[in-house]
Design a protein around this ligand. Structure first.
Ligand SMILES: Nc1ncnc2c1ncn2[C@@H]1O[C@H](COP(=O)(O)OP(=O)(O)OP(=O)(O)O)[C@@H](O)[C@H]1O
Length: 233
């Protein structure tokens, strides 16, 4: 098995500078390895640190200690030590992130929002748009909406545009933050299929899935994120 993510000794506290420097410990000495073709589901009660861990894997947070190594173009990059330009490179080529909510850019039509990550890595515009159209069709976004900026879309429509954006090119590593939260059963199944297909292509996936049915369909294993506060109590 080819390891794609290797987390060792990861510790994260939040310090609330505006509230007298109160320290919120989230997790400590966390170890996680994820292989190509594997889907690991972050699990644990609300507030245990699932989102914090997922965001840390995207270098959104700086940990207090530990290492987050991701496979990037045949080498390991430690995101805890990486320069900002390396983080940009890793995000462009190696690690995709599907957040719960679409970051809407005014006046950019849905088709372009979806095609953009493919164009950014040099896929020809025609091919990128063809892929975007195929995904939007699969995710049941009506064609009349493709030329409209998603600002006015419903929550579920925005989420599906976001998912299409995450799958328009093959990131070797994909991070999914509740990708089915606002979806109906039919679209949930489309997302399950997209995840299973990505796994079959060797994509390493880490996700948060509150829906047990989705979890059972896609997860190879659950990774328990244990609230530091509880273990210390
Ligand atoms: N930016 C932040 N600043 C300060 N504290 C934060 C921040 N983000 C998260 N926390 C705290 O860290 C802890 C873990 O939060 P996190 O959102 O990672 O939990 P979660 O397991 O994803 O929860 P849920 O299942 O409810 O989404 C919580 O106690 C939360 O209050």
């Amino acid at each position: 098995m080819t390891a794609m993510i290797s987390v060792t000794g990861l510790t994260k506290d939040f310090v609330l500078h505006t509230q007298g420097g109160t320290v919120i410990p989230v997790f400590a000495d966390l170890h996680l390895e994820v292989a190509a073709g594997e889907c690991v589901c972050l699990h644990g009660p609300s507030g245990s640190g699932k989102s914090t861990l997922l965001r840390s894997l995207y270098a959104n947070y700086k940990p207090g200690a530990g290492h987050i190594r991701v496979a990037h173009r045949g080498e390991w990059v430690d995101l805890t030590q990486a320069e900002p330009w390396q983080v940009v490179e890793v995000r462009r080529h190696s690690v995709g992130y599907v957040s719960q909510f679409l970051r809407v850019i005014p006046r950019v039509p849905a088709l372009e929002v979806v095609a953009e990550p493919a164009k950014l890595v040099g896929i020809a515009a025609e091919e990128a748009e063809a892929r975007a159209k195929a995904l939007l069709t699969r995710l049941n976004i009506p064609e009349r909406l493709w030329t409209i900026a998603p600002a006015t879309f419903s929550g579920g429509e925005q989420q599906r545009v976001n998912i299409a954006r995450g799958f328009v090119r093959d990131y070797p590593i994909l991070l999914l933050d509740e990708p089915t939260a606002s979806l109906d059963a039919a679209n949930r199944q489309v997302v399950i299929d997209l995840i299973l297909e990505a796994k079959a292509r060797g994509v390493a996936i880490v996700g948060i899935f509150h829906d047990a049915e989705v979890r059972e369909a896609v997860a190879n294993r659950l990774f328990e994120v244990t609230a530091f506060q509880k273990s210390a109590a």
